[in-house]
Design a protein around this ligand. Structure first.
Ligand SMILES: *[C@@H]1O[C@H](CO)[C@@H](O)[C@H](O)[C@H]1NC(C)=O
Ligand SMILES: *[C@@H]1O[C@H](CO)[C@@H](O)[C@H](O)[C@H]1NC(C)=O
Ligand SMILES: *[C@@H]1O[C@H](CO)[C@@H](O)[C@H](O)[C@H]1NC(C)=O
Ligand SMILES: *[C@@H]1O[C@H](CO)[C@@H](O)[C@H](O)[C@H]1NC(C)=O
Ligand SMILES: *[C@@H]1O[C@H](CO)[C@@H](O)[C@H](O)[C@H]1NC(C)=O
Length: 360
């Protein structure tokens, strides 16, 4: 009997102690995991945020604009290749059915270039389907794919972005974009320039997602750019490419502009191109210079040096997350009562006589 009672008391004690120990362990465990969670929440730094591509990289992502009536969608930043050399121009720039013969050089071998200055009241613009490869017959060739992408009003060229047939914004983890793009304009000059100075007076669209481009472009892909992006009225951007080689993210320039901004008034954007250097100017003030001698790769200048067409254009930068971010888009077409437009009031072309057979 007594032994049984003793055994019983012992058992109860053992159970009590065991219970206490287990309970403590459990409490401890709970507190520990709570602390862990707490820590986790308090220091989200431990989770790496997705890397944002630099603006420059985004610029690169942009389909080479201007040139393509239907820019092919550019890859989202996540699938963008790392910086590298030797990537050919996007196929979109070597556009389609539009194959014009390069104008013949003069008998002295020089490029034939027309020096002139014009507002757009008497500009001769022809459809690319009508152009007979005679640069004397026109000033500009309309490479646009759609109706109504430009008009001539009061001496200005209105470069117009036409809305897409339907509007659908696609949300991604990174940045939204639109499934369909508006259609813009590309005008190609009929003559090429081989060094010289080109100035255009431009008032660009203020709408985020709209990109205004004014560039020189040679058939082999030498390119000198001005790019004006909507909703960023206090900056203008410069860029250049050599021989169709896209060197990712290394050539873009971002330039401060003083108020009134690029969409608030006409400003003169100049490309001053010599064999030694390219200078980009705004209202006559240099904002960037690229020296030929700074582009040497194994002794070979990677510097735009071929006769080039002049192109004016407007395009929709809403087509991919990276492009849309760079362009301050995508465009919210549901809010647009009028079609976005950029005005060009004047263009002046001064061909360098050392390199060009200059005509007027
Ligand atoms: C420009 O070219 C396109 C395509 O050929 C054409 O539909 C359009 O009417 C042209 N002109 C204007 C002012 O957009
Ligand atoms: C455009 O240029 C022509 C010829 O130089 C000139 O007569 C006309 O007044 C100009 N128009 C504007 C709006 O500046
Ligand atoms: C337009 O310019 C490009 C340069 O990108 C040139 O290769 C092309 O032949 C030009 N097209 C026309 C119709 O002049
Ligand atoms: C940019 O867009 C935002 C949103 O639409 C607008 O509130 C702002 O005024 C715009 N800024 C410029 C400089 O265009
Ligand atoms: C451009 O403006 C920003 C801020 O407004 C300033 O920090 C930067 O230094 C300026 N860059 C140049 C080259 O003036």
């Amino acid at each position: 009997m007594t032994r049984l009672v003793k055994l019983g008391i012992l058992l109860v004690l053992v159970l009590l102690i065991a219970g206490e120990v287990l309970g403590k362990t459990h409490k401890h465990a709970t507190r520990k995991s709570k602390t862990k969670n707490h820590k986790h929440i308090k220091h989200p730094k431990n989770i790496k945020p997705p890397k944002k591509p630099s603006i420059i990289k985004s610029i690169k992502v942009a389909p080479t604009p201007k040139v393509s009536p239907t820019p092919s969608p550019s890859p989202s930043p996540k699938v963008v290749a790392p910086p590298q050399k030797g990537i050919p121009q996007p196929t979109s720039t070597k556009s389609s059915s539009i194959v014009a013969k390069t104008p013949q050089p003069a008998s002295n071998g020089k490029n034939i270039c027309r020096s002139y200055s014009q507002n757009f009241s008497e500009a001769r613009i022809v459809e690319h389907t009508d152009y007979q490869n005679d640069p004397k017959t026109a000033d500009w060739i309309n490479l646009s794919g759609t109706k109504g992408t430009y008009s001539l009003d009061g001496g200005n060229l209105n470069m117009i972005l036409q809305p897409p047939s339907s509007y659908e914004k696609i949300t991604t983890q990174y940045h939204p974009y639109n499934s369909k793009l508006g259609t813009g304009l590309t005008l190609n000059s009929t003559y090429m320039i081989h060094y010289g100075k080109v100035s255009a007076k431009i008032k660009s669209s203020s709408l985020g997602g709209v990109v205004t481009a004014y560039i020189t472009m040679s058939p082999n892909g030498d390119e000198i750019d001005w790019e004006l992006v909507g909703n960023d009225t206090l900056h203008a951007q410069s860029n250049w490419y050599w021989n169709g080689v896209i060197e990712w993210g290394v050539h873009g320039g971002m330039h401060n502009v003083t108020a009134p901004g690029i969409s608030d008034e006409f400003k003169t954007y100049t490309i001053d191109w010599t064999p030694e250097a390219i200078t980009w100017l705004i209202n006559g003030s240099p904002v960037r210079t690229l020296k030929q001698s700074d582009t040497l790769v194994d002794g070979v200048p990677h510097f735009p040096n071929h006769p080039s067409y002049i192109q004016l254009g407007i395009w929709d930068g809403s087509g991919a997350p990276g492009t849309a971010e760079w362009a301050n888009g995508p465009i919210d077409w549901s809010q647009q009562k009028t079609n976005p437009r950029t005005l060009v009031s004047e263009i002046e072309i001064e061909c360098d006589p050392t390199w060009n057979q200059v005509i007027n």
